[in-house]
Design a protein around this ligand. Structure first.
Ligand code: SAM
Length: 242
C-alpha cells in the first residue's frame, strides 16, 4: 500500500461557538454541563441541504480539531488528570488532547437548525469545546449502535463527583445585571455553577489546602473563585481581560 492512501487533506466544515473562552474550566467530556453553543457551517458546507433531515436526531457526533494544541504535537504517553497526573497511559488509551492528527469527538444535544442571514447554524448543548473550535465532521448519534450499556469505562467509569458552589452577594448581583443586559444568556448562574462544580483545578491542587484565587472565562466575563473546605466560592464576575 502506498503512503498516499493514508494521507489526505482535511477541511473544516464548521466552527463551534461556545461560552468557553479558554481551555481551563471546560468540562473534560461532553454532556457534563448544560451550556448552549452553535455550530456554524462554513464555506461550501454552509447550505441547508447538508443538514437536511438532521432534526430527526436528538444528538450528534462532532468530530473536531484540538486546534489550540496542534503546535505542540503529540505524545506517546500522557498523564490523565483523573489519575492525579501520577500515572502514564498510552495516548490511544486516553482521550488526551495531544494526539496524532489532533482530532477529538464529542456527542452533543441538538436543539434546532437555524437559518439566518444566509448562515446555517445548529444550536447545541453539552459540548466540551473551546470557542471557535474547527469542526471536521458532523454525524447523527445512533443509540442502538453507539450506546453500549455493558461498556467498561476503565479509569473514567463514572462522571466526576460534583462540588458545592456558593456565590457571594456581589457575584449574584453581577450575574443578575449581566443577564439583564444579555437576555439570550439567561441561566448564566447555572452555567457558572455547572462549570465550577466540576472543580477544574489540577488533581494535585485538590489534595491539600489551596489558597489560590482562580479565574475562568465564560462569554465575555472573568469569573473569580477559590476553594475552601471542599466548597467552591464565586467571589466576583468582571469584564474579561483575555
Ligand atoms: N470529548 C472529546 C474527546 O474525547 O475527544 C474531548 C475530550 S478532551 C479531554 C476535552 C478538553 O479538551 C476540554 O476540557 C478542553 O480543555 C480541551 N479542548 C477543548 N477544545 C479544544 C481545542 N479546540 N483545542 C485544544 N483543546 C481543547
Amino acid at each position: 500500500m502506498t503512503q498516499d492512501l493514508f494521507s489526505t487533506q482535511i477541511e473544516a466544515v464548521a466552527v463551534c461557538h461556545t461560552p468557553y473562552k479558554q481551555k481551563f474550566g471546560i468540562p473534560r467530556q461532553p454532556g457534563l454541563v448544560d451550556a448552549r453553543g452553535f455550530v456554524e457551517l462554513i464555506g461550501q458546507f454552509n447550505h441547508l441541504d447538508t443538514v437536511r433531515g438532521i432534526e430527526q436526531y436528538s444528538h450528534l457526533w462532532l468530530v473536531f480539531c484540538f486546534h489550540e494544541n496542534l503546535a505542540q504535537g503529540w505524545k506517546t504517553t500522557v498523564r490523565p488528570p483523573r489519575l492525579g497526573g501520577n500515572e502514564k497511559l498510552g495516548v490511544f488509551a486516553t482521550r488526551a488532547t495531544f494526539r496524532p492528527n489532533g482530532l477529538g469527538q464529542s456527542v452533543v444535544k441538538l436543539h434546532q437548525v437555524i437559518y439566518k442571514n444566509g448562515k446555517v447554524m445548529l444550536e447545541i448543548s453539552g459540548m466540551d469545546l473551546v470557542d471557535n473550535t474547527p469542526i471536521i465532521d458532523i454525524k447523527p448519534y445512533i443509540p442502538f449502535s453507539d450506546a453500549i450499556n455493558s461498556a467498561q469505562g476503565g479509569m473514567a467509569q463514572d462522571a466526576p463527583i460534583l462540588k458545592p458552589v456558593s456565590f457571594t452577594e456581589l457575584a449574584l448581583a453581577q450575574i443578575s445585571q449581566y443577564e439583564q443586559h444579555h437576555p439570550q444568556r439567561a441561566g448564566f448562574e447555572q452555567l457558572i455553577e455547572g462549570v465550577l462544580a466540576q472543580d477544574p483545578r489540577p488533581a494535585y491542587k485538590k489534595a491539600k489546602a489551596d489558597p489560590k484565587r482562580y479565574q475562568v472565562a465564560l462569554y465575555d466575563r472573568d469569573i473569580f473563585w477559590h476553594v475552601d473546605n471542599d466548597t467552591i466560592f464565586v467571589t466576583e464576575i468582571v469584564p474579561t481581560t483575555v
